[in-house]
Ligand binder design. Structure first.
Ligand SMILES: [Zn+2]
Ligand SMILES: [Zn+2]
Length: 244
């Protein structure tokens, strides 16, 4: 390998043991992808060839298994690889809408979860980002909050600081679309919801009033808490029996 390729590939997470043909294959990958990152479209950053199926899992060194990504986006894909910690934040929050599935993910795992209801959305087109978020009273500053589309519809309606202009995504969407999905937002925000978006929706049905708007929702909606409650009740009953 020449100096140039060593410099460009030296920070790959898995560049040990790459054979003679690797440099040529890497160049073929970049050429096929138009010398642009397949996640974000950048063509002005260090470009690397990413193994879709990792070599460690038997992924072959062939074009079918390789995608061109810029170094920051490579870091998004290799989330726990410390070699990318300095550049990961430079990757755009959203992948391009045209990004192939193996690289079409949000910048961080947190960015895949709605900051109001906590639901995880693997499809980035189901998410929007609120970008000029006011700092709440507790002082924790944030430069963006991710919302699922139903919650975005609710926040847009109820929170004056949230406007259409401050919402962004990787595709075109309308306020009408968000408003039409508002009724699907959970009645109560998650207990972990960010304060700026911890908004309650008016319940519409009896079930929403009796379950979704009361602590009963924890028992009904979350298997883990349901088991914890059963265990607690069992424990109390056991104590009663023992004390008799
Ligand atoms: Zn990129
Ligand atoms: Zn949500």
């Amino acid at each position: 390998m020449g100096n140039r390729s060593e410099r460009e590939t030296g920070d790959r997470p898995d560049d040990h043991g790459y054979g003679e043909g690797w440099e040529e294959l890497r160049q073929q990958t970049l050429r096929r992808d138009g010398y642009a990152c397949t996640r974000c479209g950048a063509d002005d950053r260090t470009l690397q060839a990413h193994h879709v199926v990792p070599r460690s899992a038997g992924g072959p060194d062939d074009l079918e298994n390789l995608l061109t990504v810029c170094r920051p986006c490579h870091g998004v894909i290799h989330r726990s690889n410390g070699a990318f910690d300095d550049v990961r934040d430079d990757a755009p929050l959203f992948p391009d809408r045209t990004a192939p599935a193996p690289v079409a993910r949000m910048r961080t795992p947190d960015d895949q979860c709605c900051s109001r209801c906590g639901a995880q959305r693997d499809d980035p087109t189901e998410l929007v980002a609120w970008t000029d978020v006011p700092t709440p009273a507790d002082g924790r500053e944030t430069d963006h909050l991710i919302l699922c589309k139903p919650c975005a519809g609710l926040v847009l309606e109820r929170e004056p600081n949230c406007t259409r202009g401050s919402l962004s995504a990787n595709h075109r969407f309308s306020t009408h679309e968000l408003a039409s999905r508002r009724a699907n937002a959970p009645v109560r925000p998650s207990v972990f919801a960010s304060p700026q978006v911890a908004i309650r929706r008016e319940p519409r049905t009896a079930r929403e009033r009796l379950v979704d708007d009361t602590p009963l929702r924890f028992a009904v909606n979350h298997a883990g808490i349901r088991w914890a409650m059963l265990a607690a009740i069992g424990y109390v009953l056991l104590m009663l029996v023992v004390s008799l």
